[in-house]
Design a protein around this ligand. Structure first.
Ligand code: ADP
Ligand code: MG
Length: 699
């Protein structure tokens, strides 16, 4: 793998930065905290995503960048002869990633890109960075740590802890299995610690005996029932026969009864017809009499009409007479009053005498007085004459009135008589009408009854035969009842037996169910036993696996040490220009160096040599990790590896690193020490601006 270029946008301290990675030893130089390590963190993030960032994704974006700006990293690299470009971008709303190979997009989205890269590089993030990225901290650890810390760190870097994890998981599994087994074994025992199956088997034996007893009982009931059913069949046959016989005879009795009824009806009809005929005759006789009676009254209506007309005529005549009489009488009365009046006046005049003065002209009457009296007398006479004429006339009218009144009286009497006669006639007529109705009705019913009689025709009825049949019927009925009772009793008995049978069957079934359920329990226990067997085998396998994995681990570790020492020796020989040929590691991974045919502890050597030996051990680890993945990475990043070394030692290391250029095409040396640039052909400066952002300057 060769790094080509990296472009950063709003990534931590960088607002915008473009870096072309040259070959050879490249110094990344800048003051503490300017963002040197950030460059490679960005590289790790581009490849592996959020898992490779020091902080959560939200904190990666440059503080001070506006919300609309996104944080973006683009990395170009060569791998296996292909050109790769990976781009990652996050903003407040979304995140995205793309991977392009030779100009063609082959993966999209963080997940997709992550998976692709992991597969491409053949290792996960941790392994990859262990092999390409060495930190001062690690070098310090290697030299300054106590053995019990150093050993696990190295094994961790080499990924042996993965084996430890596996062993731990298997042990956990085994422990779980053991717990399960303990629980299962307890399940097999009862409260007294004895196998449950023994007790259950005994229960089954008891229940089976009981069941056999019931089966025997059942058998006996069934035999008995069979016998009884046969008997019942015989009775049933008998019962049916009797029933048929009874039905037959009932039918013939019914037939006889119908005939009897018809016969009686016929007799009845004949009587009725006779009665009706008699009645009709009697009514007709009466009709004749009544009609003869009515003849007497012929012409009565006309006579009544005439009499009434006459009464009207006479009445009006009488009215006229009465009127005339009244008028005349009134006139006569008037004349009488007139006379009285005149006489009264005459008396007044006579009382005055002849010397009186005229009341109007005041003259003395004298002669005039006698004249007046004479005149008045004359007048009275005249009126009296008129009145006597009137009296004469009235007398005549009275005579006439008397005659007319007598005539009217006679007429009214006649009329009354005639009205009574007419009422008589009305009565006769009503009788005639009702007789006619009765006759009509009688004749109608006569027709009906005759027709019915016609329909009945001839019917014979033998009373003796009928009574004989009835007796026979009663006898058969009694016989039938006897058989029926016997049959019913037998049937009840059988039903009781059947009930008994059902009960026995039920009991048997119950026992079978109980036995079944206990068998089920035994089966469950057997299954548990089987499972115990299976789980025991599994547990044995797991224990075996633990043993195998442990030996594998031991073997791995035992082989790793010589390998590490071989690789470290190779690096050390190169870096010391052949001065030292062998680095050895003891069991605690302490470094021993062979000098002049003898191995010495590291403390015997100079500080620079010690740092170098540690660096070689670290490089050896990188080498083994990448080799195990069968990958070659042609670059290495050494982040602040100088620690407290003086400038001469630093110079030595840089020179020594030159010797590795055949193994690594790119060696990135991150340092805050400015002088270093004097020993290098390629320098990338990281510089902080006044506003706190950083930029890149390539020299
Ligand atoms: N999101 C961010 N925005 C701005 N600065 C950041 C952000 N995240 C971290 N930093 C700063 O980056 C610096 C660490 O950068 P680093 O690369 O470790 O420096 P060095 O050059 O020492 O390796 C710190 O000063 C830290 O405050
Ligand atoms: Mg740093």
């Amino acid at each position: 793998m060769i790094l080509r270029s990296l472009s950063l946008k709003n990534f931590r301290k960088f607002k915008s930065a473009e870096i072309e990675f040259p070959d050879g030893i490249v110094g990344i130089i800048g003051l503490n905290g300017v963002g040197k390590s950030t460059i490679f963190e960005a590289l790790a993030w581009a490849l592996y995503g959020s898992i490779a960032a020091r902080t959560s994704v939200s904190e990666i974006k440059r503080v001070g960048a506006s919300p609309s700006e996104s944080c973006k990293v683009e990395l170009n690299f060569l791998f296996g002869g292909n050109d790769y470009r990976v781009v990652r971008e996050v903003n407040s709303k979304s995140s995205n990633a793309t991977l392009v190979v030779n100009g063609k997009t082959i993966a999209n989205g963080s997940e997709g890109v992550n998976k692709y890269i992991e597969k491409l590089l053949g290792m996960d993030y941790k392994s990859f960075f262990t092999s390409v990225y060495a930190k001062q901290k690690e070098l310090n650890v290697l030299s300054a740590m106590r053995p019990h810390e150093r050993r696990p760190l190295i094994l961790g870097m080499l990924g042996i802890d993965a084996v430890d994890d596996i062993i731990k998981n298997i042990r956990d599994d085994a422990k779980n299995k053991k717990n399960i087994l303990d629980r299962l074994r307890i399940e097999l025992l009862d409260e007294n610690g004895k196998p449950k199956t023994e007790k259950l088997r005994r229960e089954i034996e008891d229940l089976t005996k009981e069941k056999e007893k019931i089966s025997e009982e059942l058998h006996q009931i069934e035999e008995k029932l069979e016998r009884k059913e046969k008997e019942l069949l015989v009775l049933e046959k008998k019962r049916k026969e009797k029933k048929l016989r009874y039905e037959d005879i009932s039918k013939s009795v019914e037939e006889l009864e119908r005939r009897k009824e018809k016969y009686l009806r016929k007799k009845n009809l004949e009587d009725e017809i006779e009665k009706i005929k008699k009645k009709i005759k009697e009514r007709k006789d009466r009709l004749k009499v009544e009609r003869e009676k009515a003849v007497k009254y012929e012409g009565i209506e006309e006579e009544i009409g005439k009499v009434e007309d006459k009464i009207k005529e006479i009445s009006s005549k009488l009215d006229a007479i009465k009127k005339e009489r009244n008028e005349k009488e009134a006139f006569k009365e008037y004349k009488r009053k007139e006379i009285l009046e005149i006489e009264k006046r005459k008396k007044e005049i006579e009382k005055l005498g002849p010397d009186a003065k005229c009341p109007t002209c005041e003259r003395v009457l004298k002669n005039h007085y006698y004249n007046i009296l004479e005149k008045i007398s004359k007048e009275i006479k005249k009126i009296e004459k008129e009145s006597s004429v009137l009296s004469e006339q009235i007398k005549k009218i009275e005579e006439k009135q008397d005659i007319v009144e007598k005539e009217l009286d006679a007429l009214q009497k006649r009329n009354k008589y005639l009205s009574e006669e007419r009422r008589e006639l009305d009565k006769i007529n009503a009788t005639i009408r009702s007789l006619l109705e009765e006759i009509e009705e009688g004749e109608k019913s006569l027709v009906e009854k005759s027709r019915e009689l016609e329909e009945i025709k001839d019917v014979s009825f033998e009373k003796n035969e009928y009574e004989r049949k009835i007796r026979e019927k009663n006898k058969v009925y009694e016989e039938y009842q006897l058989v029926l009772e016997e049959y019913n009793n037998k049937k009840d008995e059988n039903n009781r037996l059947k009930l008994e049978l059902e009960r026995a069957k039920g009991n048997k079934k119950l026992l079978e169910q109980k036995i079944g359920s206990i068998k089920g329990q035994i089966n469950d226990l057997e299954r548990i036993k089987k499972r115990i067997g299976d789980e025991t085998v599994d547990l044995e396998y797991l224990q075996l696996l633990v043993d195998i994995m442990s030996s594998f681990r031991t073997d791995l570790i035992s082989r790793i040490r010589p390998m590490l020492s071989a690789y470290a020796s190779e690096f050390f020989e190169r870096l010391t220009d052949g001065k030292y040929k062998l680095i050895e590691l003891d069991e605690d991974y302490n470094i021993k160096i062979l000098d002049d045919g003898k191995t010495y502890g590291i403390k015997r050597f100079s500080g620079g040599e010690e740092d170098l030996a540690n660096l070689c051990l670290r490089l050896a680890i990188s080498e083994i990790v990448s080799e195990r993945a069968d990958r070659q990475f042609n670059f290495i990043i050494l982040d602040e590896i100088f620690g407290s070394q003086d400038s001469i030692r630093r110079q030595n290391i840089i020179q020594a690193l030159n010797a590795l250029s055949s193994k690594f095409r790119q060696i990135f040396l991150i340092t805050h020490i400015e002088d270093i640039k004097n020993f290098m052909e390629n320098v990338i400066h990281v510089i902080e601006n006044e506003d706190g952002t950083s930029y890149i300057k390539i020299e």
